[in-house]
Write a protein that binds this ligand. Structure first.
Ligand SMILES: Cc1cc2nc3c(=O)[nH]c(=O)nc-3n(C[C@H](O)[C@H](O)[C@H](O)COP(=O)(O)O)c2cc1C
Length: 192
């Protein structure tokens, strides 16, 4: 297994977030050679404005961009808000998609997405929206498996820790394996 470092971004600022808990479970399941760092600065990013786009931009944005640039891949766990994604996550994606005419760090960055929600659809609609946004940014996204953790209120503890089950854990392992493969395809294609 080649050495890979992935940056995990939760789209929730909630202290006991199921999506952050899901990413912690992914961290714990990482195979040998894969390191997953959890990004925790989403709430520090300023609201995107083109007026702030000069040089490296605000310090929090420069830090996020550096972390994405240095990672081999990104893992995004998104809540579903009103059948879409939370504004804080959209804000981060807007920053990462710029400068549009330059070399935005998320373009060509292998990415895996997943999500958890209390509904029976488990963020299926939110992930479709996220997939579409990433397509626009030209971010390659793992196609399968689609990890939609439904009825999350029954599967996460009050502190947000994932209770774990064999089926979901096998999906999380498969998602990680596919992300590793996607990073390999990228190097083979010479995009890196
Ligand atoms: C503004 C808002 C909108 C929401 N809309 C949806 C929705 O469209 N579909 C859904 O399944 N859950 C929806 N929820 C419930 C979230 O899925 C639930 O709060 C989830 O636990 C949030 O993720 P987190 O635990 O990672 O913070 C919504 C919650 C909020 C606060």
């Amino acid at each position: 297994m080649p050495v890979k470092t992935f940056l995990a971004i939760s789209g929730s600022l909630r202290r006991s977030s199921h999506n952050t808990g899901l990413l912690r479970a992914v961290q714990a399941l990482a195979p040998v050679g894969v390191t997953i760092d959890l990004y925790q600065g989403l709430g520090s990013l300023p609201f995107f404005s083109q007026d702030l786009e000069n040089g490296a931009g605000p310090a929090a944005v420069a830090d996020l961009r550096r972390r994405v640039r240095e990672a081999d891949g990104v893992i995004i766990a998104t809540p579903e808000y009103n059948s879409a994604i939370p504004g804080v996550l959209m804000n981060a994606l807007d920053w990462l998609s710029r400068p549009a005419e330059g070399d935005p760090v998320l373009r060509d960055k292998p990415t895996a997405i997943l999500g958890a929600s209390p509904s029976q659809f488990g963020t299926a609609r939110g992930q479709l929206v996220l997939r579409q946004i990433l397509h626009r940014i030209q971010t390659p996204v793992v196609a399968h498996p689609e990890v939609t953790v439904f009825q999350s209120h029954r599967r996460f503890a009050a502190d947000g820790a994932f209770a774990g089950d064999d089926f979901t854990e096998s999906l999380l392992r498969a998602l990680l394996a596919e992300l590793v493969l996607l990073t390999e395809h990228k190097s083979l294609a010479g995009i890196a």
